[in-house]
Design a protein. Structure first.
Length: 406
């Protein structure tokens, strides 16, 4: 593994990395963010973004403050629930994997304004580099193992019970690993990097060999089809998202999605069926739902989602917002169904427009199959963590179209 840089050199490297990414995008003018204070308490604005049709009830359960010293950066770049839903892992600038017991965070506060302060991490693993991505190994793999991609281009798996590295692979030539994902059952793993490649390998033998998919820009996000189909979705700084058949990566994409105006920073599969569906997010401030058939083809854009702000910050690949609000979308509607100000840390919504803070990572823990309760967690660029509970008010009635996008 590469030796960690000093804090000063790491900061310079991060600034250089963001400049490089912007150059790779070759983007036109960025999006001008509205002053967050202008709509933080605007009932008409929030009524428009959170229409009465919202079938879900969200409640702030707890806020976990940052433990960073004054002046130190503690931005959360990635959050992920373990396969059982009992543990939460976070990673980011602070060179630590923080592990939380979800039950201890889900404090029944009664209402948003009285939500209590959640307990601190149950465990903490120190790592040698800043983290871009944390991902738990899925069910069926060895328990309590979390994988990480870091700024030094290294992918490492950590044994959570012992707090030590189980293995590492350094095959991206020292270029930052933006995203890591596991196929169902941990049969395969994939990493996307600044070297414009996505690697696919067997996590049981991470250095034995790998297949490579190439992109026209830095690969910012990767995700396997959760249904188990041998497909990998990839988003990159060249403004495109593509889908590969992992059995034949060298043959090129089997589906491609063109339409975003800036780097594609997030991909997520959105249900199966006769047509395949993927949601993408980009630094042009939109999410888009795409659909295509079984044959290799350009995907059709089904819907574009707007309301959140994303134009300049690259801290993790979750769907956050530079307006310092948490947004939730129902795939059936273009506008958010729920918006909540991310407050309680060093930066509230009023400072977001000046670059003071933003929601940098989110994760969703699914409830029961009948639409029961779940949990939403959001991490901020100031190191604050917030946990929300969510419950469906009534049956959606539209099957997979009722899926939520956080």
């Amino acid at each position: 593994m590469s030796n960690p840089s000093s804090p000063a050199s790491s900061s310079s490297a991060a600034q250089h990395q963001e400049t490089t990414l912007q150059q790779q995008e070759q983007s036109a003018a960025g999006i001008t963010l509205p002053p967050a204070a202008a709509f933080a308490d605007d009932k008409d604005y929030n009524a428009e973004l959170s229409p009465p049709r919202c079938e879900w009830e969200f409640r702030l359960a707890a806020t976990v403050p940052s433990t960073a010293l004054p002046g130190a950066s503690d931005a959360i770049g990635s959050v992920d629930f373990d396969p059982t839903g009992r543990l939460l892992a976070t990673g980011g600038i602070a060179r630590r994997i923080r592990l939380y017991d979800v039950a201890s965070l889900l404090v029944d506060s009664g209402n948003d304004s009285s939500a209590g302060s959640g307990s601190g991490p149950a465990a903490c693993i120190c790592v040698p580099a800043k983290l871009s991505s944390v991902r738990w190994r899925p069910a069926g793999a060895p328990s309590a193992v979390v994988g990480c991609g870091d700024y030094d281009g290294v992918v490492t798996e950590y044994d959570v019970e012992r707090g030590v590295a189980a293995w590492e692979r350094d095959e991206h030539a020292g270029r930052r690993v933006w995203s890591l994902d596991y196929a169902p059952g941990a049969a395969m793993a994939a990493s996307g990097s600044d070297d414009r490649t996505a690697h696919v390998w067997d996590p049981r033998a991470p250095s034995a060999g790998w297949a490579t998919a190439r992109a026209g820009g830095a690969v910012l996000c990767v995700e396997f089809d959760p249904s188990g189909a041998p497909q990998l979705a990839v988003g990159s700084a060249d403004r495109r998202a593509v889908v590969f058949d992992v059995r034949a990566l060298g043959r090129g994409a089997v589906a491609w999605m063109d339409g975003h105006g800036r780097a594609v920073t997030y991909v997520r599969w959105a249900g199966g069926g006769a047509a395949r569906r993927v949601v993408t997010s980009a630094a042009d401030g939109t999410h888009r739902l795409w659909e295509w058939g079984g044959a290799a083809a350009a995907a059709r854009e089904v819907r574009s989602y707007s309301g959140h702000a994303s134009a300049r910050s690259f801290v993790g690949m979750g769907v956050g917002s530079e307006s310092n609000h948490v947004f939730v979308y129902d795939l059936r509607w273009a506008k958010p169904i729920w918006v909540h100000p991310f407050v309680g840390g060093a930066h509230g919504p009023a400072t977001a427009a000046a670059g003071g803070g933003f929601v940098s990572a989110v994760a969703w823990r699914q409830g029961s199959d009948d639409g029961g309760g779940g949990a939403l967690v959001a991490g901020g660029s100031d190191g604050v963590l917030q946990m929300f509970t969510c419950h469906r008010r009534k049956a959606a009635g539209d099957g997979d179209d009722a899926s939520l996008l956080m």
